[in-house]
Design a protein around this ligand. Structure first.
Ligand code: FAD
Length: 318
């Protein structure tokens, strides 16, 4: 079923979902199941699986020279999605990127998903590869998520890259895209970011999932702005519980989001990361309850490969 159908079917009840990362190359898929198992009792209608593009690493050769290598540290997004649908009978939502993909790669990726019975995707641009300052699209690829959204929507209309294909089969993807309550880090202003978000919706996106935020006001203001701009699709809030002191610096740096002073001071005053974890859980429970009260369709949690804190939050909230 499509994400939007799950939301409509819930009839105003707030649903629970979460995002997982494929395991590092070399790990067993069981590590993923171990993270999903404790969360299944909260009836997620779908589970997102992130996509991780290639990275450049340098290997020292015997002669002392360095050899540049291209590696994918977390492959397996499509396989994990198929395994989730098969094992749990829950819809899996793979993320798909512009970065590292030509349009032909994208088309073939989508055909695989369609054949596997996966009909939800989150369409994203992706970030610059490490060692590069700016995002660079493939020569035959997309520069922005709005262009990728158009290609997916074309396939939904039976329009393939080769327009000589006759009687081509239509796909049936429900398309999610990213939204940034505190604006995307490269956007000159929130207004300009929402302008391009609108383009993603115009090109066929069916819902928005937000970047993590730690102050609900940022989400409420963002939704109000989007509605004023005529965006009517569901806007799903994304939440992440803080779990280590290090994240106080890492999260604002990596995701360009603010942490409220109260949260920061509560974490600073913790004597160890066990206490930080508890602070993160309590903060996230508070955020979740307020969002449910405001009638959000679904709460989407970023598990980042660890589910025990999400389980504790869900136990209290759902
Ligand atoms: P876009 O919507 O293309 O926007 C990128 C920037 O360009 C924005 O600043 C926007 O305002 C601007 N822009 C858009 N269109 C135009 C235009 N036509 N002209 C000029 N400027 C324009 N990354 C991964 O690698 N894998 C994942 O699985 C993944 N999952 C994510 C899930 C969520 C919910 C979120 C919020 C992010 C995720 N990311 C993931 C990170 C994402 O790839 C980055 O944030 C990336 O930098 C932007 O992606 P986007 O799809 O929002 O880009």
């Amino acid at each position: 079923m499509k994400v939007t159908e799950h939301i409509n079917k819930a009839n105003g009840k707030t649903l629970f979902s979460f995002e997982i990362l494929p395991p590092l190359k070399g790990q067993h898929i069981q590590s993923i199941f171990n993270n999903i198992d404790p969360l299944i009792e909260f009836n997620p209608p779908f589970i997102d699986v992130t996509y991780h593009r290639e990275e450049y690493t340098y290997k020292e050769l015997d002669n002392g020279l360095l050899k540049k290598q291209v590696v994918k540290k977390r492959p397996g997004t499509v396989g994990i999605c198929a395994a989730i649908q098969n094992k749990y009978n829950v819809d899996a939502v793979p993320h798909i990127l512009c970065g590292g993909f030509t349009k032909e790669d994208t088309e073939n990726f989508l055909i695989d998903l369609d054949f596997l019975g996966i009909n939800n995707v989150v369409a994203l641009r992706g970030d610059a590869v490490k060692n590069e300052t700016y995002f660079k699209a493939e020569k035959e690829g997309h520069k922005f998520a709005s262009e990728l959204t158009s290609q997916i929507q074309d396939l939904n209309n039976g329009k393939y890259l080769n327009d000589e294909l006759l009687n081509s089969s239509k796909t049936n993807f429900c398309i999610g895209v990213a939204g940034y309550p505190e604006k995307h880090m490269e956007a000159p202003s929130l207004d300009s970011d929402i302008h391009f978000l609108k383009k993603k919706i115009k090109n066929g996106a069916n819902y928005i999932v937000t970047q993590m935020f730690f102050d609900n006001k940022k989400y409420f203001d963002f939704v109000a702005k989007c509605r004023t701009e005529g965006i009517t699709v569901p806007i799903i809030p994304g939440l992440k519980p803080i779990s280590t002191k290090k994240q106080l610096n890492l999260i604002p740096h990596r995701f360009k989001v603010d942490l409220p002073d109260d949260l920061v001071m509560n974490v600073v005053n913790c004597k160890d990361n066990i206490a930080v974890r508890q602070v993160g859980i309590e903060w996230c429970i508070h955020q979740s309850k307020e969002l449910i009260k405001a009638g959000v369709p679904l709460l989407h949690y970023y598990s980042m490969g660890k589910s025990t804190n999400i389980q504790q939050i869900a136990k209290d909230v759902f």
